[in-house]
Design a protein. Structure first.
Lengths: 476, 141
């Protein structure tokens, strides 16, 4: 991207002044090389977001921003319901509440060295992964409603976890305001065999170890120490979320003009928060958030079973669970007053700073864990929310690496078997049902997550706490 | 109906696009559907032994393409099937189709990725100056 398009505020803050139909300015957080490498489409998309009714402050793009649908992936925008603000199905995306959770294992890298193959087999055997895999839990209509209402809380009630898990999940594991009545029969039907499945694409379950600690006091508060083995689970709301996204995207795109909304791009599909469609979407989208939370909770249960089989007596405690495709009602201080705003984070992670009342007591002083997934075979990071992130981007940070290369290019360049062998030489075990899938997810097909995390840290969006390196990766 | 491969994939940073060409609208929709299936697996790996019938209707051709592709995605997801051959009839703005394929076998098909849905991004259905139909959009995977 041409940096002359921006007014540079500091090392990592690039502002686009409001012009044309933009109601507010836009800001991209990135270092110079990230912004130079960023797709021009991010500029176009973030300025489009800035034209939407009721937007507050700025339209933001995170350091990992790339070309998305309507919103860029890595887009953050807040809307005021009292100022005609909108809710956008395009601003949440298809994989509603896709996110990451991280579990402590209580084991060290040395403890698992000799049993890594067995652990990989056990995890791969227990956690359904890839297209065509089905879960073991099939829900009837009543149970489906309960799950959509209560999320991870429902899953824990069914025996798939502990009340402590809920403390360590956004929304305490249960998104309020879900309205399962707004979830179509098609969406329910699509989900019926998909509870407790990982999915495919960039979703994974990884066994990792803490390879570097940057911020000792926060790492201690997060109970992370050099050499600790953790498990990260990255997946979302499965078919239910995809179907809700599909249906509301079409409905909002085709009805926008009835609400007097001019869409610069149909993919920005939205409706006024206070409209019937807006409320209907919020009810369905929050149900999908619960579906994602329940799904990650069930996979947590399967992961615990796998660990107990290979390492009897191990206890896996949840560090935290974050979602990165959501729209949430949150209080934010803007222009000297606190307002309730609908914050869209599309490929962006909530990053509440120290003292935030939403955080469980054990984490409140340190700030919210911000879990950043890398690509297969590369590092992941754990950051912590900062106080200044509230002013920087409504308490939001980046979510991952973002692709550097299309699937088609990756498939042309690598073979799956070659990638698996290469990673094995580096001490990383891959289990996947699809060699083609592995080739398309090749580590070098993604951007360098470290540069993204450094920029987020520098910009004050979140503080770097620890780096994780993979040992085992189950890939869908 | 002809099924000479006349489709391609569009480059998209995070995802992938599908594009089909045809001498008429129905043919372009068939080719776009083949392009969609080949995002997941190689078409020649799909045995077209079982068939499913679908219908959709939309006020504009581009919405009809969106609905058509999303209907295939839905059938793939809920029947756990992959489709390698399509028959399509379009009358006015009403589409009727048969999808031919088989139940997904991970070992045989090596499915690369699951498709979440068709998007409005790059969604276009148009006729070129030479009279050829083009049907395309980006899909989220």
């Amino acid at each position: 991207m041409n940096i002359n398009l921006f007014t540079q505020r500091d090392e990592t803050t690039w502002e686009i002044p409001a012009s044309g139909r933009m109601r507010v300015p836009a800001i991209i957080y990135a270092d110079r090389s990230l912004i130079e490498a960023m797709d021009d489409k991010v500029y176009q998309q973030i300025t489009n977001v800035a034209t939407l009714p009721g937007i507050v402050g700025y339209a933001y793009a995170m350091p990992d921003a790339h070309w998305g649908y309507g919103f860029p992936i890595g887009g953050v925008a807040a809307f005021d319901p009292d100022a005609g603000g909108v809710v956008s199905a395009g601003g949440v995306g298809f994989d509603i509440s896709c996110g990451v959770r991280c579990l402590h294992t209580g084991l060290g890298a040395d403890d698992i060295a000799l049993a890594r193959e067995a652990l990989a087999d056990e995890l791969y055997h227990r956690v359904p992964a890839g297209l065509g895999s089905t879960g073991h839990i099939h829900l009837g209509p009543r149970e489906m409603d309960d799950m959509l209402n209560d999320g991870a809380k429902w899953a824990v009630k069914q025996g798939y976890g502990t009340p402590e898990d809920l403390e360590r999940t956004e929304e305490r594991g249960c998104m309020r305001g879900a309205d399962p009545g707004q979830v179509s029969e098609k969406a329910r039907y699509r989900q019926r065999k998909e509870m407790g499945t990982l999915g495919s694409g960039n979703h994974y379950l990884e066994v990792q170890y803490v390879d570097q600690v940057y911020e000792e006091p926060i790492a201690t508060a997060f109970n992370l120490h050099q050499g600790d083995v953790v498990v990260s689970i990255h997946c979302g709301s499965r078919g239910l979320g995809h179907q809700i996204g599909t249906e509301f995207l079409r409905l909002m795109a085709t009805s926008a003009s009835q609400h007097g909304i001019v869409l610069p791009d149909r993919e920005l599909a939205c409706a006024p928060i206070e409209s019937e469609i807006g409320q209907s979407y919020l009810g369905a989208m929050r149900s999908a958030i619960n579906c994602a939370l329940a799904n990650r909770q069930i996979i947590t249960h399967l992961t615990r079973q796998a660990f107990k089989t290979v390492f009897p007596g191990t206890q896996l405690h949840l560090l935290y669970d974050v979602s990165h495709n959501t729209c949430k009602l949150e209080p934010h201080a803007t222009d000297g007053e606190t307002r309730q705003l609908y914050v869209h984070r599309k490929g962006a992670t909530r990053a509440f700073g120290p003292g935030h009342p939403e955080l469980p007591a054990a984490l409140r002083e340190a700030g919210q864990p911000v879990l950043i997934g890398g690509s297969m075979g590369t590092c992941s990071y754990i950051l912590a929310g900062t106080a200044e992130s509230e002013q920087r981007a409504f308490s939001s940070a980046c979510h991952g690496a973002g692709r550097a290369m299309s699937r088609r290019q990756a498939k042309r360049q690598w073979r799956g078997a070659q990638i698996i062998d290469e990673l094995k030489r580096q001490g990383i075990i891959i289990r996947s049902p699809s060699l083609r899938g592995v080739a398309e997810e090749a580590p070098l097909a993604y951007k360098d997550v470290s540069a993204v995390v450094d920029a987020a840290d520098y910009a004050g969006l979140a503080r770097k706490v620890a780096r994780l390196r993979p040992l085992v990766c189950v890939k869908g | 109906m002809t099924t000479i491969p006349r489709w391609e994939h569009l480059e998209h940073g995070a995802d992938i696009g599908v594009r089909g060409y045809g001498s008429n609208l129905a043919e372009a929709f068939i080719q776009a559907a083949l392009s969609l299936s080949s995002v997941v697996t190689d078409l020649d790996k799909i045995d077209p032994g079982e068939s499913v019938t679908v219908e959709c209707e939309a006020p504009e051709f581009d919405l009809l393409l969106l609905d058509w592709l999303n209907e295939i995605v839905y059938q793939m997801a809920t029947r756990n099937m992959l489709f390698g051959r399509f028959e399509v009839q379009i009358l006015g703005h009403h589409l009727q189709a048969r999808l031919f394929g088989e139940v997904t076998d991970q070992a045989k098909h090596q499915p690369a990725v699951e498709i979440k849905g068709a998007t409005f991004t790059e969604l276009k259905v148009y006729q070129t100056g030479a009279g050829e139909w083009v049907a395309q959009c980006i899909i989220d995977v």
